[in-house]
Design a protein around this ligand. Sequence first.
Ligand SMILES: [Zn+2]
Length: 253
Amino acid sequence: MLVGYPNNPKHSLEKEIAWALSNDFDYMELYLEEGKTNPASINFERIKALLSEFPLVGSGHIPWYLPIGSPLPEIRNAAFTAAERYFKVFEAVGISRVAVHAHWCGSFQVRDMIFFQVETLNKIAASASSFGIKLMLELTDRKEDSPENIKNILAQTEGVGFLLDSGHANLWGRKPGDYVDILSSYLEHVHLHDNFRDSDLHLPITCGNIDWEQFLKVLKKRYDKTFTLEIFSKSRDYLLLSRDKLKKYWEKA
Ligand SMILES: [Zn+2]
């Protein structure tokens, strides 16, 4: 198991990487957004050199608000153009796996919302591949993010993997383990955080009601790669504590 740290894109990227390095994380998940991690503000050589100090170069994340499922083709095209701007950075710093969020727009029929996303994802994935990048689709916190709907999208796209997010998978009466059986053949990466099944709180591990023992047992039968801790707390002690707990649960699973 390799455990990664996701930088807060509102903070200085170099400081975030330095913190992850000094706390022995295995890799960084590079969150690029507008503002402090805007592609134009990244010093490629410096960031590439810093990332090479980790055991694993790591993964990337394009903005979670990219409207890949917009009903308007012009907006979907704009999402594609924006994604390419980020891929250039990831390629330059040596990152070859990048996350994109699913995007369910408004109150359209599910089959239409799937169609919009499939069309954009196929374009984005082909572009990502030309940069040497594998695209990974992450389920979000929407009701439509069922294992069946995500599988339906992935089955219609070329070269897109699945990113299982434990907190997002713990909403709408579903459990993270529900996604493992159905989507294990696509599984490329995992995000971990906790909640109480009613909202996306990004809590430390064991501070919500995910059954971690059960979930990690199911997951370990199918997967043993990268785990990014998406614990959004001002006190980073909770992140380090979550890593300790995760490793103990994983050993026992
Ligand atoms: Zn996530």
